[in-house]
Design a protein around this ligand. Structure first.
Ligand code: PMV
Length: 324
């Protein structure tokens, strides 16, 4: 067996969300997206090539074999990596999340970014950061954004070569910015984001969302570069609501929120009314991310935990995917 390559990548939180993709297997997003790679929510993945006569990939996630769906998705991804490398050997993949499995934090971004880096190295692919981001995208669109660290933009593109993520600002750019994660529910989401990306095209709200994104992305970029939380936060909140409007108007509709989601959103509005800068954003699930300043983080986390009755994790900008 070839030597073991171990890589680590952070999850990320999108300020401009990727929702909706082009038909095909390459996860080509319909719109640009912008995110912050996280520091504490990370996946560490080891990849090693098996002997030529091994009949299948051996996969363990958090100490156990994955369910059929996850296993299939990972094997398909490894097939893509093997095709790029021009090799046939199967691989052993062992992966561990720093956050509790099934706690509602999407692990596909950190998971496929770490796997892209580990597997590319194990198969001897010489890839720069842009190419690693393209490869990670084949596993999960948002994983492309976990390859660079800090503040990141993913270009949509109409072909594989065109769609990859690039840094906007490094992880050290805005140490004051915190992402508080209100764990409203620990249940697995009923509809995967892969299915949601396909359904987006059935929504009458999609065209309006796509038309609004260039202006909103401009505000997000400026908010990041100027470290202006109000500018970033208002645009990020707007974008999350716009994405959920697409979900709600898809056919069939997708409703990811729970009662706790609305309670957390109201708690954020309440904090803002009292002059505390906090803004929410929500992915394809009920959990609520709250952007706030480090100096307000304890107060904001306590208030949300009390009002919603849930655990709140604290995170901030972290480095890109790397071999450890
Ligand atoms: O990478 P996927 O297929 O899990 O899609 C990510 C979808 C959102 O988390 C809802 C938005 C985003 O840009 O991260």
């Amino acid at each position: 067996m070839a030597s073991n390559v171990i890589a680590r990548a952070g999850a990320n939180i999108a300020f401009i969300k990727y929702w909706g993709n082009r038909p095909g297997a390459d996860n080509l997003p319909l719109n640009l997206s912008i995110s912050m790679t996280l520091f504490a929510c990370v996946t560490t993945t080891a990849a090693a090539l098996l002997d030529e006569n091994a009949s299948g990939d051996e996969i363990r996630l958090d100490g156990a074999p994955p369910g059929e769906k996850s296993a299939g998705r990972i094997c398909l991804f490894l097939d893509r990596v093997r095709r790029i490398a021009g090799r046939k050997e199967r691989a052993r993949v062992t992966s561990q999340n720093s956050f509790p499995t099934g706690c509602g934090i999407a692990s596909s971004a950190s998971g496929f970014a770490a796997l892209a880096v580990a597997a590319s190295a194990a198969y001897g692919i010489r890839a720069d950061a842009a190419e690693l981001s393209r490869i990670a995208r084949l596993g999960s669109g948002s994983a492309a954004r976990s390859v660079p660290g800090g503040f990141v933009e993913l270009h949509p593109g109409s072909a594989h070569e065109e769609s990859f993520a690039e840094p906007i600002a490094p992880e050290t750019h805005w140490p004051e910015l915190c992402d508080l994660i209100a764990l409203v529910s620990r249940e697995e989401k009923p509809v995967s984001s892969a299915e949601g990306h396909r359904l987006a095209r059935t929504s009458e709200a999609l065209a309006g969302r796509l038309a609004a994104i260039p202006d909103r992305a401009g505000r997000v970029r400026q908010g990041i570069l100027r470290r202006d939380l109000a500018l970033l936060g208002e645009a990020a909140e707007e974008d999350a609501l716009s994405m959920h409007a697409v979900m709600l108007t898809s056919r069939p509709p997708l409703i990811y929120w729970s009662a706790g989601t609305l309670e957390a959103m109201r708690a954020v509005y309440g904090l803002r009314k009292r002059g505390i800068e906090a803004y929410f954003t929500i992915d394809a699930g009920p959990n609520v991310h709250v952007l706030t300043r480090k100096k307000d983080a304890v107060r904001v986390a306590d208030e949300i935990a009390r009002e919603v009755g849930c655990e709140v994790l604290t995170d901030h900008a972290g480095p890109g995917a790397r071999i450890v």
